[in-house]
Design a protein around this ligand. Structure first.
Ligand SMILES: Nc1ncnc2c1ncn2[C@@H]1O[C@H](COP(=O)(O)OP(=O)(O)OP(=O)(O)O)[C@@H](O)[C@H]1O
Length: 614
């Protein structure tokens, strides 16, 4: 695939682990606040409105108590009753305005946050080294970008202001009730210690359980992605989702988890609900007793009977709010882990290449999993020359090609461009000089033009056509339903492998970089396609430094310099004739190539003969 290297301007590399971040710090409210970024003022505004709304909602209860005093006074103070009634209506109106405002502010903040977080994550994924992806699956990253961000959005929009209000209600109510009568206030919360105990027992171990839940969710996500990607293979073998072992198993595990969770916590939740609703059981007899004993006024009794039970039910909302914070905590930490991953280290020296040659000097490389792919590799790919890398599968050819654009970085030795270490060349300058044509071409969902312009955003239509003509792609592009404006890629028109290759050659031609890294296709396209690809490549290779992972006899034989690799080491190097004379492995590879060519010519001959005979 050419584009990631050519156009994004962010080569990826350096096998480094993500920094150890304090997961607990990110799981709680502090972590959530940190992720809120620029939306914090809006979220605080929403929370304050919610608290004001709650306070306004409590006020009528007090007015009601005072109304009772005014009504039962002799004579009744009707003016006061009227004023208090009006004040109650005002308070109720204020409550609705404030809670409406809280909802609007919270939703605006949530949607902006959703956008902001996704953009930050997407930018980050472009800046991190490739090793970052080696330790994470696509399913995991998809979940962070979609599900975890969605959770935060839903939490901020629906639960956050409510949650803050839930914490404010018991405090405000308790303060108000204590100021009226501390004995009755204590009676109102008599059941609280037991309820809190039950609540904490119910919540005990939930973090660990949520982690298990998330792990099985991850497996389901990955399983589903794989299932969808491999649907062709699955259908060919007549398999079903059920026979896709891991997926079926993780879906079953999810169901079992939910059953276990409900069994374990169901009773505790029930007990908690019963206790929360039980405050009148204490308030009525005690209030009655105090009233009859003359130490509690009737209005105060009324106040406690209406407001007392509210105190404990608001505790239930606190529990839900806290449960929600816990639920999204793991997701917050996962988002933070991605956002805090170290970027690819940019060159500090800002050197510029002196010419267009490449050189490997004693290069060693180890993948993140410890696999040593290259050992002491040294060779030069001269400016304007074609250098071919040959060797058996797993010899390290692709790895060498990846080190030049810093997709990965050499573990030891130096990779040079124009006599300068690639690590000392600013990334933009490095990538500007390089075109990479890999055999598996990735086309984005967009028009042919969009895909071509990835290589040169300001290319004119004429330039696009010229590049496609030179890459022998113009003919088939013109034949597409909308020509250059036809949608291609995953959800667009399907192109053959050979057609994709020719488009990627056109992209490289448009970029017009002096150095070309070329991974020749291993699979042979049909003869016509094959000939067109070769013509396109021949144009592309003219007057450039070419480093080619060679799979073809013609390329190898006509290369200026050939590097023979085996198990990560350079076995020999030189021109074709010299290697044929002295290098055993090269002779063997050549013989195998020749055999394959003869076999392919033989088959084509037979087909041609069949054609003539039939
Ligand atoms: N992303 C990776 N992580 C770990 N090891 C890898 C990775 N990519 C390649 N390797 C290993 O590095 C070694 C060299 O692989 P490389 O792909 O460079 O060989 P190659 O010569 O290009 O092979 P082929 O001709 O089959 O493409 C192999 O042992 C391979 O298994």
């Amino acid at each position: 695939m050419t584009t990631a290297v050519e156009t994004h301007g962010h080569a990826l590399s350096v096998p480094t682990e993500p920094p150890p971040i304090d997961a607990h710090r990110m799981e709680g409210m502090r972590g959530l606040f940190a992720l809120m970024g620029t939306q914090r003022p809006l979220v605080i505004g929403a929370s304050l409105s919610a608290v004001l709304g709650v306070a306004a909602g409590l006020a009528p209860f007090f007015f009601l108590a005072h109304m009772a005093t005014a009504i039962f006074a002799t004579p009744p103070r009707l003016d006061e009753v009227r004023t208090l009634a009006l004040a109650s209506v005002g308070a109720v109106a204020l409550r609705y305005v404030m809670s409406g405002l809280a909802t609007v502010l919270a939703h605006v903040a949530a949607f902006r946050l959703l956008h902001e977080l996704r953009m930050r994550l997407a930018r980050k994924l472009g800046d991190v080294p490739l090793s970052f992806f080696a330790t994470r699956t696509t399913g995991e990253l998809k979940r962070v970008m979609m599900d975890d961000v969605n959770q935060i959005e839903a939490f901020v929009a629906h639960n956050f202001p409510d949650g803050v209000a839930a914490f404010a209600v018991p405090l405000l109510t308790a303060a108000a009730l204590v100021s009226v009568d501390y004995r009755m206030a204590l009676a109102s919360i008599a059941a609280a210690p037991v309820a809190v105990l039950v609540m904490s027992l119910a919540l005990r171990g939930t973090e660990e359980q949520y982690r298990t839940w998330q792990a099985t969710q991850d497996r389901t996500n990955n399983g589903l992605l794989e299932y969808l990607r491999g649907i062709h293979v699955i259908k060919t073998f007549g398999l079903t989702a059920k026979s896709f072992g891991d997926l079926a198993q993780s879906i079953e595990e999810n169901t079992r988890w939910m059953e276990r969770f409900m069994r374990r916590h169901g009773r505790a939740y029930g007990a908690f609900h019963a206790l929360i609703g039980s405050s009148l059981v204490v308030l009525v007899p005690m209030g009655g007793h105090l009233y009859l004993a003359g130490s509690l006024a009737l209005p105060d009794l009324v106040l406690f009977l209406v407001l007392g039970p509210q105190l404990l039910t608001s505790l239930m909302r606190v529990m839900f709010a806290w449960g929600n914070v816990k639920r999204i905590g793991e997701g917050n930490a996962r988002i933070a882990r991605v956002l805090l991953a170290p970027d690819l280290v940019e060159a500090t020296k800002k050197a510029q290449p002196l010419h267009h040659g490449l050189a490997f000097r004693g290069v060693g490389f180890r993948y993140t999993d410890g696999n040593e792919a290259l050992r002491g590799v040294s060779f030069e790919a001269g400016a304007g020359k074609v250098t071919a890398l040959v060797g058996p599968s797993g010899a390290g050819k692709t790895t060498i090609a990846r080190l030049v654009p810093r997709l990965w970085e050499a573990t030891s030795g130096r990779v040079e461009m124009g006599g300068v270490d690639v690590n000392e060349i600013p990334l933009d300058a490095l990538l500007e000089r390089l075109s990479v044509v890999f055999q598996d071409v990735f086309l984005f969902h967009g028009t042919v033009k969009d895909n071509l312009r990835l290589a040169k955003p300001d290319a004119t239509d004429e330039e696009l056509v010229a590049a496609c003509k030179a890459a022998r792609a113009h003919g088939f592009v013109e034949a597409l339903p909308d020509g250059y404006d036809t949608w291609i890629g995953e959800r667009g028109a399907r192109l053959s492998g050979g057609e994709k290759q020719r488009l990627s050659i056109a992209r490289a031609l448009l970029k017009d970089a002096p150095i070309l890294i070329l991974d020749e296709a291993t699979a042979f396209a049909d003869p016509e396609n094959e000939a067109l690809i070769q013509e396109g490549l021949a144009t592309l290779c003219q007057a450039r430094t070419v480093l080619v992972i060679a799979h073809r006899l013609s390329t190898v034989a006509s290369a200026d310099h050939i590097v023979v690799l085996d198990a990560g080491e350079v076995v020999d190097q030189g021109p074709h004739e010299a290697l044929l004379g002295r290098c055993g492995l090269y002779q063997e590879l050549w013989a195998r190539h020749a055999e394959a060519r003869d076999w392919s010519l033989h088959v084509r001959g037979l087909r041609a003969a069949e054609g003539v005979l039939s």
